[in-house]
Design a protein around this ligand. Structure first.
Ligand SMILES: Cc1cc2nc3c(=O)[nH]c(=O)nc-3n(C[C@H](O)[C@H](O)[C@H](O)COP(=O)(O)OP(=O)(O)OC[C@H]3O[C@@H](n4cnc5c(N)ncnc54)[C@H](O)[C@@H]3O)c2cc1C
Length: 456
């Protein structure tokens, strides 16, 4: 490794180093992968050097930003991890219409930098996820019904390719690669920076209502009617969760399985009571309505680290009463108390607009079902995973078969193909053959390089 040390300005960690254990920890505590080298990169030159070294040494390569891949795709056993977290600067254009963010930043860094200017882009639903992994895999967040997925606001991505070349992908430069980066994940290279379009977001507010889980069906049916006709400034979701020990939660719901309806609004809280009247009419045991800066809201829902994780994201064709019933009944199998959640998220609006233009399949789905399993005890591994799979199974009559790949682990090649649809997958495979023919970047839902057949 001496040749790399001589050329590398960041920090190289091996299992002998004190800082190694912390550096290899990821969000999902069930992941125990031990890389041979963690290369904490300071700049693009470091990325190129470490990548070239790994290839010379025949080591597999992983790329890590926020470390939130529940499947642990940002670590690789006995390989080299390109740890991008130090490359986390955010710079905003003078007119506040765009921002450039380093390839290792979290959404906390991004939102906190742009929020004071009253602007935002669609990030995720919490602040601790990496901008890179979330955006390259699509990026679903509170602002999506107005502004689309996180990847839709990309103006450019700077990448180091497998062969060490640095390129910028945008609508005018490497447009095929740019298309692929709208959901194709970490398959195509190491993103060293992203340029995002920014939108005005001077005001933000939310309403949160809670019911005992057993009363969840009526509010979720009402929420379905509400969300399917709501203005695009409205986001949120229906959730089953453990009642948190917060002041606004009545004692009888604390620690118990609850049904929650969260309504986010890109406007003032004063407008919310009238908008959510059909929901508050259903006797929630608590209803909080408040203005809040968007960046503060983003970190309010941060999931705790140190738990074992198993997640999914299934697209639904529709959400009839029978599906609501099945969804509610499945929540009884959730481990409670725990930070697990069983969510039903409305899409539509800007997520669905021009859905066919992008690599991800089924962007026009009206609803996405998310069993998000977090539990502490390895003895609960089976029970927690069974619940998440059960949610998927009971909703099968209404699901499309496609899946939001950012939320799942390795479920086989067919699930990856379903995530894009055959035609888009084949196009992605052709782009992969051009930019990463040796399949160096293969840990995140691998798109296997394949040149399109040439007609004789
Ligand atoms: C608590 C939690 C909340 C979540 N919330 C949301 C949400 O609201 N919306 C949503 O859409 N998803 C969400 N996710 C899923 C999340 O988007 C994916 O797990 C995503 O891969 C995480 O990105 P990361 O950078 O944090 O992860 P990492 O584990 O660091 O990276 C995951 C993969 O992304 C790729 N990658 C990372 N950095 C780079 C880079 N610089 N260049 C090239 N490739 C790179 C690599 O292939 C890597 O294997 C959430 C996950 C968790 C655990």
């Amino acid at each position: 490794m001496d040749s790399l040390r001589a050329a590398f300005s960041g920090t190289l960690l091996t299992p002998h180093d004190h800082a190694y254990e912390d550096a290899r920890a990821v969000f999902n505590s069930a992941i125990d992968t031990r890389p041979a080298v963690i290369a904490q990169c300071d700049n693009t030159a470091d990325v190129r050097e470490a990548l070239a070294y790994a290839q010379r040494a025949g080591m597999p390569v992983a790329v890590r930003s926020g470390g939130h891949s529940v499947a642990g795709a940002s670590l690789v056993q006995d390989g080299l991890v390109l740890d991008m977290r130090r490359m986390n600067a955010v710079s905003i254009s003078p007119d506040a219409r765009s921002a450039v963010v380093g390839g290792g930043a979290t959404w906390a860094a991004f939102d906190q930098a742009v929020q004071p200017l009253g602007v935002a882009t669609t990030g995720g639903r919490v602040s601790t996820t990496g901008v890179a992994g979330l955006t390259l895999g699509g990026g679903s967040g509170w602002l999506e019904r107005k502004y689309g997925l996180a990847c839709d606001d990309l103006l450019a991505v700077d990448l180091v390719l497998a062969d060490g070349r640095t390129v910028t992908a945008s609508e005018t430069e490497h447009p095929d690669l740019f298309w692929a980066l709208h959901g194709g994940g970490g398959n195509f290279g190491v993103a060293t920076s992203f340029t995002f379009r920014l939108h005005p977001l001077p005001e933000f507010s939310f309403a949160l209502m809670l019911w005992p889980a057993g009363e969840g069906e009526a509010p979720i049916r009402a929420y379905r009617e509400f969300a399917e006709s709501a203005p695009e400034e409205i986001g949120g979701g229906a959730l089953f969760l453990t009642g948190p020990p917060e002041e606004f939660v009545p004692a009888e719901l604390v620690g118990k399985l609850c049904c929650g309806i969260l309504v986010t609004y890109m406007g003032k809280a004063d407008d919310l009571p009238a908008l959510i009247a059909p929901l508050t009419a259903l006797n929630p045991r608590t209803a909080v309505v408040t203005d809040i800066p968007y960046a503060v809201f983003q970190s309010m829902l941060d999931a705790p680290s140190g738990f074992r994780n198993y997640w999914s994201g299934e697209y639904l064709r529709s959400l009839p009463d029978e599906a609501v019933h099945a969804f509610c009944a499945a929540s009884a199998r959730m481990i409670t108390p725990s930070p697990s959640q069983q969510g039903m998220i409305p899409w539509g609006g800007a997520v669905a607009r021009n859905a066919a233009d992008w690599p991800m399949a089924n962007r026009d789905t009206p609803w996405v079902a998310h069993p998000l399993g977090l539990w502490a005890d390895p003895a609960d591994d089976h029970r927690a995973r069974d619940w998440a799979r059960h949610v998927k199974d009971v909703l099968a009559p209404w699901t499309t078969g496609a899946v939001y790949l950012n939320f799942i682990g390795d479920e086989g090649a067919d699930r990856v193909i379903a995530g894009y649809g055959r035609q888009n997958y084949d196009r992605l495979a052709g782009i992969k053959a051009e930019y990463d023919p040796g399949n160096v970047f293969n840990l995140w839902h691998n798109i296997v390089p394949r040149k399109p057949a040439v007609n004789a």
